[in-house]
Design a protein around this ligand. Structure first.
Ligand SMILES: O=C(O)CCC(=O)C(=O)O
Ligand SMILES: [Fe+2]
Length: 294
């Protein structure tokens, strides 16, 4: 099936795919072309989708093994592969996780094996607010001053759910002692090599608390500087949701951030499938591009 790839930004970060079957039941050559577009653009936007949970799961599974989110309470009844985000209720009971993903992050960055990708489908979206902002972490890495890249090359950051859960999820119960044991701190390379594109991305996010080999008074402000750098407008794409939109993102080379909406007036119900990932690869120093310093 022929389809059009329309870049969403002048840099080529993000692309909208036009002309695909709204159930995403694609023949193999079309699927391969979609997957290549994903590696080329990092974020894919599909408009006017009409997918059942089975179709949503079936398409995502072609990209790799699926991850089941825990705790299981936010997963769709009968479809543990679908994680529900938003304030929708059924019979007076919340069906999804409210206010998920406020603050730039990539999914699973606080786990030993972060998620490779996520595919979010807008089932019910508010008429205003509730956008999702995406950041291009390849571009963010390339635009860092040469000295900063040299300082970060070969180093890892510590990501801690335990230290920051109450900061990012003040409206959720505190972690139990068992949950803390289940979510130990993890160390990931800050210059991350994408296993498919071979390109280097800046890998940092809202759960990062320490940089290897640096005292806190140096590491913490550097993390803040890197996070602020990644949020510069030239690296961002803002998705304004319409019902039936799907956005497929690559957590290895992008970040995203949910934005608020009027939860008293509007319902937002998003279904997300999540791809299992791999242990993040450290980019070799040779991967630092020449002459791209700012
Ligand atoms: O609801 C959103 O806009 C994004 C939430 C999020 O971070 C996610 O689903 O991974
Ligand atoms: Fe997320």
């Amino acid at each position: 099936m022929a389809f059009e790839i329309r870049p969403l930004t002048s840099s080529g970060f993000g692309a909208e795919l036009i002309g695909l079957d709204p159930t995403l039941a694609l023949d193999e050559p079309t699927f391969q072309a979609v997957q290549q577009a994903w590696f080329d653009h990092s974020i894919l936007v599909f408009r006017g989708l009409d997918m059942t949970p089975e179709q949503h799961i079936a398409f995502t599974r072609r990209l790799g093994p699926l991850h089941i989110m825990v705790p299981l309470q936010y997963n769709l009844d009968g479809y543990p592969e679908i994680f529900v985000v938003g304030n929708a209720e059924e019979g007076g009971k919340a069906v999804g996780m409210r206010r998920a993903g406020m603050g730039f992050h990539s999914d699973g960055e606080d786990k030993a094996i972060p998620n490779a990708g996520s595919f979010l489908y807008g089932v019910i979206v508010p008429p205003e607010g509730g956008d999702t902002i995406f950041a291009d972490m390849y571009a963010a890495w390339n635009a860092l001053p040469e000295a900063t890249r040299a300082k970060l090359s070969g180093r890892r950051a510590r990501f801690s759910r335990v230290e920051l859960h109450h900061v990012h999820y003040p409206h959720l119960p505190a972690l139990t002692e068992q949950q803390k044991l289940d979510r130990p701190d993890v160390w990931h390379p800050i210059a991350r090599k994408h296993p498919r594109s071979g390109r280097t991305a800046l890998y940092i996010g809202r759960w990062a608390v320490e940089i290897e080999g640096m005292p806190a008074e140096e590491g913490k402000p550097l993390i803040e500087t890197l996070c602020a750098h990644a949020q510069k407008p030239e690296f961002l794409y803002r998705h304004r949701w319409q019902p039936g939109d799907g956005v497929l993102w690559d957590n290895r080379c992008t970040q995203h951030c949910a934005t608020p909406f009027d939860e008293e007036r509007y319902t937002r119900r998003m279904h997300r499938t999540t791809l299992e990932g791999e242990v993040p690869l450290l980019a070799s120093a040779a991967a630092v591009p020449q002459g791209v310093s700012v």
